[in-house]
Write a protein that binds this ligand. Structure first.
Ligand code: URA
Length: 208
C-alpha cells in the first residue's frame, strides 16, 4: 500500500505528463500544487496565471503575495498549508477554463484532497467555490463554512479580485481572519464536521 506522500507524488507525476486536454500544449509548466501534505487547511484557487506557469508553482504571483501576507496575519507560512488549483495548466490569456478542461482536470484535485484530508478547504474565488458548491454564490456565501459531501468548504474572494477592488479587499481580509476560529470550532466535539454534516443546513456562521 502506498503512503500519503507516495500517492501525492504519483498524482503530481501524472499531472506533469497529462495530455487530457489542450491546455498542456499551451502552457510552459504544469502546476500540480504544493505544501504541507498533513495540513489541516487546503487553499484552492482556479488555475495558474503567468508567473505560476513560469515557475510550476501555485500562487507565486501578485495574488500569491497577498495570500502570503494574510497567511502571516493568521500565524501561518505558505509551507505550513497546502495550496493547489482546480486546473493544473494555465489557460491562455488567463481565460476561464472550458467545461471539458475542468472535467479532464478535476479528478486530480479530488484525489489530492482525498489523500491530504484537510479539515477545511478554503476556496479562493467564485470559480473554486463553484467546483464544490454548484448552488453557491460567492457574494452571499463568502466567510461561511459549509459541509459539502465529504469536504468542509470555507469560501473567500479570490486574492486577485481583492487586489482590484478595495471593498472586496476588506471582505477578503475579514473572512480570512476567521479561518483560525472556524478551524478550532471544527475540532471541538459539538461542532465537528461530522455533526455539521448531519445538521439541518450543514452551515456554521460564526459571530466573530
Ligand atoms: N490564481 C489562481 O487561481 N491560482 C494561482 O495559482 C494563481 C493565481
Amino acid at each position: 500500500m502506498m503512503n500519503k506522500k507516495e500517492i501525492l507524488l504519483q498524482i503530481e507525476n501524472s499531472v506533469k505528463v497529462c495530455k487530457k486536454c489542450r491546455l498542456c500544449d499551451l502552457a510552459n509548466n504544469a502546476v500540480p500544487g504544493e505544501g504541507n501534505i498533513d495540513s489541516e487547511i487546503a487553499f484552492i484557487g482556479e488555475a495558474p496565471g503567468a508567473e505560476e506557469d513560469r515557475q510550476g508553482r501555485p500562487f507565486v504571483g501578485r495574488a500569491g503575495k497577498l495570500l502570503e501576507v494574510l497567511l502571516k496575519e493568521i500565524g501561518y507560512k505558505r509551507e505550513n498549508v497546502w495550496i493547489g488549483n482546480i486546473i493544473k495548466h494555465r489557460p491562455p490569456e488567463n481565460r476561464d477554463p472550458l467545461p471539458d478542461e475542468v472535467m479532464a482536470c478535476a479528478p486530480y484535485l479530488t484525489l489530492q484532497l482525498r489523500a491530504i484530508k484537510p479539515k477545511m478547504i478554503v476556496t479562493l474565488g467564485r470559480y473554486a467555490m463553484y467546483y464544490f458548491d454548484k448552488d453557491g454564490k460567492i457574494s452571499r456565501d463568502r466567510g461561511i463554512g459549509k459541509m459539502i459531501g465529504e469536504n468542509f468548504i470555507f469560501p473567500v474572494y479570490h486574492p486577485a479580485a481583492a487586489l482590484r477592488n478595495p471593498s472586496m479587499m476588506q471582505d477578503f481580509r475579514s473572512d480570512f481572519l476567521k479561518i483560525p476560529s472556524v478551524l478550532t470550532s471544527l475540532k471541538t466535539p459539538t461542532n465537528s464536521s461530522q455533526n455539521l454534516a448531519g445538521s439541518v443546513d450543514g452551515q456554521i456562521g460564526l459571530e466573530i
